[in-house]
Design a protein around this ligand. Structure first.
Ligand code: ATP
Ligand code: MG
Length: 573
C-alpha cells in the first residue's frame, strides 16, 4: 500500500479513531506519546508483538513517540536477561523507542512520595487485614463491602505505619497501603485497592533499597503521567481497572504533577483492546516458563515456541509477523486466531524474498542409463521466480541423481504426473527423463529408478514442444552435500491446549513437532548463512540456517514452514 495515500475512514480501527480525534481537537500538546510496558519476567511472544505493533505503530502513524518502559514493579521474577531480550526483540520487529527507554524503578522515589502525599491527605491508609479477611470485607459487586477496621486511622498514624513498612518493620503480607476510595463501588477494583505491598525481595537493579513495592495499578498511571504519555493502550483485562487509573491521574493533577507540553497539562488516557490468542499454542508466560523449565523445549528461543526469539530462530521474517498483526486488526472482541494465518503470512513474505535451492529429504537414486559415466552437464536454475533481479545459478548434474522417494509410484493413478515406469517427467531446469524401470531391494522397496534422457531437452524443454506435466526436483548424486535439518511442526496437537480443565496443557504436546533428518543438498546450500535469511528448498518448504548451531560451511537447517498448510487438510478430515 502506498504510505502517502490516506486510508479510507472505515479502515481505521477504534484506537486510531480515538487518537485522531484527540489530535484534531488539540488535546495532545502537539505530540502523540504512547508506551509499551512489558514486565521483564519472560520473553516476548506473538501476543506482545500485537501490542508492540499497536503502541509503536500508532505513535509512528501520528508522528509521535513510543516509550519502552519496563514494568519492573514485581522484583521476584525479573532479570536483566529478560530485559535485554525484550529490547532485542522490539528492534528485530522493526521498532525504535529512540531515547525513550524507562523503567518503573526509575520512579520508585516519586511513587513513594505520591503515596505519602495520599496518606497525609487522608486518601490512603495502612491496612492490617489478612488477604482472606480482606476478601470477605471487599465482598461482591452487587453488595457494598465492609470497611476495613483501619480505614479511619488518622493520617499521622498512617504515615508512621507506612514509614515503618518502608523501613522493614513488617513481614511480607503483614500489612499494605490501600487507597481510600469507595467500599460501595460496584467495581471491585475501586474498593480500597492495595497500592503498596511489602516484599522483602531484592530488585534486579536497585538491590535492597526497597522492601515495599508499588502495585501495577498505582505505578502505571504515575509512569504514564510523568512521561507525558497521551494514549495508553492495553489489553481488555485492564478495562475494569480504568477508573482506578483515572483516580490516580486525578490525584497527580491535584498534586500538580502532570507534565506540561504545548501550553497544556498532559493527562494520559487508557483504552483497551482484545488480546491476541492463537491456536495450537499457549501464551501465558507461566506456561511458557514451564515448558522451558521442564525441558519440553530447548529454551525460550526453541523454534517451536510462540516467542519472538523462537520465531526469529525458526526463520520467520519480522515483516511477516508485522503483516500478521496488521491483518488480525484491533478490536474489543475476544477471539482466537488460526495459527495457519500466521504461517501463511510467513509463506507470503518468504515467497517474495527467499532464494530457491534444491535438496532431497527422502532420497532414492535415479540413474540416467543413456548418459555415460563421468559425463556432466550444467543447467541454469532460477534463483527466485518472484524476483527477476535474483538471477540464475549454474547447477551441475550427471548420470546419477537423488530424487524424492514420494515422486515415484509403482502403480500410479492416472493423474500422478510424476515418476512411474513408462512415464516422462521434467527434472527441473535439467532435462526430460523417461522412466523405464526400477531396481528393488530384497524387501521390495525401490532402490534405483532407471530411465533415459533426451539430450536435446537440456534446460528442461521438449525439443518438439510437447507438454510435460510433471516437474520434480533433484540433486546431483556426485556433488550432493548431506546437511542436517530439523523438521519443525506445531508444538501442540490440538487447537486449544487449555480447553480441558481436567487435563494439563502439556498432555497435548505434539510428539512429532521436531524431527531430525538429513537433506541431500545442492552444493550452494553448504554456504547458506542465517544472516542471508531463509531459503526455499524447491517443493519442500522454507528452511533457515539455525543462527545458534550453524557453523561457517556447515549450516543446520530449521524448517521454517512447509509450502502448504498440511494442517488445514487434517482439520477438514
Ligand atoms: P502474562 O499475562 O502471560 O503474564 P502479561 O500480559 O502480563 O503476560 P506483560 O509483559 O505485562 O505480559 O505485557 C506487556 C504488554 O503486552 C501489556 O500491555 C499487555 O497488555 C500486552 N500483551 C500481553 N499479552 C498480549 C496478547 N496476547 N495480546 C496482545 N497484547 C498482549
Ligand atoms: Mg503484565
Amino acid at each position: 500500500m502506498n504510505e502517502e495515500s490516506p486510508a479510507p475512514a472505515s479502515s481505521k480501527h477504534f484506537l486510531e479513531q480515538w487518537i485522531e480525534g484527540d489530535v484534531l481537537a488539540g488535546r495532545t500538546g502537539g505530540k502523540v506519546v504512547t508506551r509499551f510496558p512489558p514486565e521483564p519476567n519472560g520473553y516476548l511472544h506473538i501476543g506482545h508483538a500485537k501490542a508492540i505493533c499497536v503502541d509503536f505503530g500508532m505513535a509512528k502513524k501520528f508522528g509521535g513517540e513510543c516509550h519502552l518502559r519496563l514494568d519492573d514493579t514485581n522484583p521476584s521474577k525479573e532479570s536483566d536477561e529478560f530485559a535485554e531480550n525484550i529490547k532485542t526483540d522490539i528492534r528485530w520487529l522493526g521498532f525504535d523507542w529512540g531515547g525513550h527507554f524507562y523503567s518503573a524503578a526509575d520512579y520508585f522515589d516519586t511513587m513513594y512520595a505520591i503515596a505519602e502525599n495520599l496518606v497525609k491527605a487522608g486518601q490512603a491508609y495502612v491496612c492490617f487485614l489478612s488477604q482472606e479477611e480482606w476478601k470477605k470485607h471487599r465482598g461482591i459487586p452487587t453488595e457494598p463491602g465492609i470497611p476495613s477496621p483501619w480505614r479511619d486511622t488518622p493520617p499521622e498514624e498512617n504515615l508512621a505505619r507506612f514509614r515503618e513498612m518502608r523501613d522493614g518493620k513488617y513481614k511480607d503480607g503483614e500489612c499494605c497501603l490501600r487507597a481510600k476510595i469507595d467500599m460501595a463501588s460496584p467495581n471491585i477494583h475501586f474498593r480500597d485497592p492495595v497500592i503498596y505491598r511489602i516484599m522483602h525481595v531484592s530488585h534486579y537493579h536497585l538491590g535492597d533499597k526497597w522492601c515495599v513495592y508499588p502495585m501495577y495499578d498505582f505505578a502505571h498511571p504515575i509512569e504514564d503521567a510523568l512521561e507525558g504519555v497521551t494514549h495508553s493502550m492495553c489489553t481488555l483485562e485492564f478495562e475494569v481497572h480504568r477508573p482506578l487509573y483515572d483516580w490516580v491521574v486525578d490525584r497527580m493533577d491535584e498534586m500538580g504533577l502532570l507534565v506540561e507540553r504545548g501550553g497544556m497539562k498532559i493527562r494520559p488516557h487508557q483504552r483497551e483492546f482484545s488480546r491476541l490468542n492463537i491456536t495450537y499454542t499457549v501464551m501465558s508466560k507461566r506456561k511458557l516458563h514451564e515448558l522451558v523449565d521442564l525441558g519440553k523445549v530447548s529454551g525460550w528461543d526453541d523454534p517451536r515456541m510462540p516467542t519472538l526469539c523462537g520465531m526469529r530462530r525458526r526463520g520467520y521474517p519480522a515483516a511477516a509477523v508485522r503483516a500478521f498483526c496488521e491483518g488480525v486488526g484491533v478490536t474489543k472482541f475476544i477471539s482466537t486466531t488460526d495459527v495457519g494465518i500466521l504461517e501463511q503470512a510467513v509463506r507470503e513474505e518468504l515467497n517474495k524474498t527467499a532464494p530457491r535451492r534444491m535438496a532431497v529429504l527422502d532420497p532414492v537414486k535415479l540413474v540416467i542409463d543413456n548418459m555415460p559415466e563421468g559425463e556432466t552437464h550444467e543447467c541454469d536454475a532460477v534463483n527466485n521466480p518472484e524476483d527477476p533481479a535474483a538471477g540464475t545459478r549454474k547447477v551441475r548434474f550427471g548420470r546419477e541423481l537423488w530424487v524424492e522417494r514420494a515422486d515415484f509410484m509403482k502403480d500410479p493413478p492416472k493423474k500422478f504426473y510424476r515418476l512411474a515406469v513408462g512415464r516422462e517427467v521434467r527434472l527441473k531446469y535439467a532435462c526430460l527423463f523417461t522412466c523405464t524401470g526400477v531396481v528393488e531391494d530384497a524387501a521390495g522397496n525401490v532402490a534405483e529408478i532407471h530411465g533415459t534422457w533426451d539430450p536435446a531437452s537440456l534446460g528442461g524443454n521438449a525439443p518438439d514442444g510437447h507438454a510435460v506435466r510433471g516437474t520434480i526436483h533433484w540433486v546431483d548424486a556426485a556433488t550432493a552435500v548431506p546437511l542436517p535439518v530439523r523438521l519443525y511442526d506445531r508444538l501442540f496437537q490440538v487447537e486449544n491446549p487449555d480447553a480441558d480443565a481436567d487435563r494439563d496443557f502439556k498432555d497435548f504436546l505434539n510428539p512429532d513437532s521436531c524431527k531430525e533428518a538429513t537433506a541431500l543438498c545442492e552444493p550452494a546450500l553448504q554456504g547458506a548463512k542465517s544472516a542471508d535469511g531463509p531459503v526455499q528448498f524447491e517443493r519442500l518448504g522454507y528452511f533457515f540456517p539455525d543462527p545458534v548451531d550453524s557453523k561457517d560451511g556447515a549450516p543446520v537447517f530449521n524448517r521454517t514452514s512447509t509450502l502448504r498448510d498440511s494442517w488445514a487438510k487434517i482439520a477438514k478430515k
